[in-house]
Design a protein around this ligand. Structure first.
Ligand code: NDP
Length: 285
């Protein structure tokens, strides 16, 4: 008897537009190989007009799950069968998981951040300042509130995005919160434990863009985090290191949200060092 071959690979991927510069495929497939899984992760460019068909396609082709990125994180919800707790609160999905024959929307962006934070400090009881009020800020703030942060201050340029997020945090997640309009250089209050840049400032190629912050208020007892994964060593991260703060860069957050998605899809605890190394091959440090 010859060997019985199985050429069918399990499918995962990402739906987004643009998608070509998203390194998740490289990171996740490195982990599939390391863990000996015959799985694939495909970077799929999906136009908003085709999202419904793309989700139907994923269903009939038996995808085990897929990530959603810009601009699909909210729009995908109506094509799914249910949502996890934090995705429901955030009203945004970045990771779809097939459970039996149902497609369930989860959000790993905030959970990936919290996992990175827990490597340094417990989130319970923390006083957090978040710069930004977009998708990343929404995910991180909801997850930090669920993990027991006692106060969350949202600092954002536009009130139209800042105020609804503060309303969501106080009414649905029940955390003390306030909105500060971002004008001039923000001074970090003395009571703050954790400062997070959740804006897109500093993302490649605009690596010299500056987060408007009074850097003399970066005290050494602060944890300073930046969501920007590329380059990981942003101007803010560099300034925080110089001030003696503990730092969390966006690459660590990206790895941790990848580890969580990997676990949702495969049931396997991926080795984060393998993903970290893969991203190191793609991003300039
Ligand atoms: P959004 O477009 O939803 O939000 C962008 C936010 O940045 C808004 O609050 C916007 O403010 C603010 N902003 C942008 N430019 C400026 C500026 N010049 N000055 C002040 N505020 C500014 O984006 P997302 O939240 O989805 O993504 C933000 C970043 O997070 C991206 O760079 C993305 O790569 C990163 N990210 C990283 C992840 C990781 O795992 N490391 C996961 C998810 C996202 P306003 O409302 O005033 O326009």
């Amino acid at each position: 008897m010859g060997k019985v071959w199985n050429f069918k690979q399990e499918l995962t991927g990402a739906f987004g537009k643009p998608i070509a510069e998203n390194p998740t495929q490289y990171m996740i497939e490195a982990a599939f190989r390391y863990h000996g899984l015959e799985w694939r992760y495909l970077s799929l460019e999906v136009d908003p007009s085709g999202l419904e068909d793309a989700v139907k396609g994923a269903r009939v082709m038996g995808f085990r799950g897929f990530n959603c990125t810009i601009p699909h994180k909210v729009a995908v919800i109506e094509y799914l069968d249910g949502l996890g707790e934090s995705a429901e609160l955030m009203e945004a999905v970045n990771c779809v998981v097939r459970r039996e024959d149902k497609l369930i929307g989860e959000n790993t962006d905030g959970k990936g951040f919290v996992q990175s934070l827990k490597e340094l400090r417990e989130p319970v009881g923390s006083d957090v300042v978040i710069l930004g009020a977009g998708g990343a800020a929404r995910a991180i703030s909801v997850e930090m509130a669920l993990m027991g942060a006692t106060r969350i201050t949202i600092v954002n340029r536009s009130q139209e995005r800042g105020e609804p997020l503060v309303d969501l945090l106080s009414s649905r997640v029940k955390v003390a919160t306030d909105f500060v309009p971002w004008t001039g250089d923000f001074k970090v209050p003395e009571t703050t434990n954790i400062l997070i840049n959740a804006t897109s400032i500093g993302l490649f190629p605009d690596v010299d863009a500056r987060v408007a912050l009074d850097e003399s208020t970066l005290r050494s007892n602060l944890v300073v985090a930046d969501v920007i994964p590329n380059p990981p060593s942003t101007r803010l991260i560099q300034a925080a290191r110089e001030a003696g703060c503990q730092v969390i860069d966006g690459k660590r957050m990206l790895v941790n949200q990848g580890v969580l998605g990997f676990k949702y899809w495969t049931g396997v605890d991926a080795n984060p060092a393998v993903m970290h190394k893969a991203l190191g091959e793609v991003f300039d440090e």
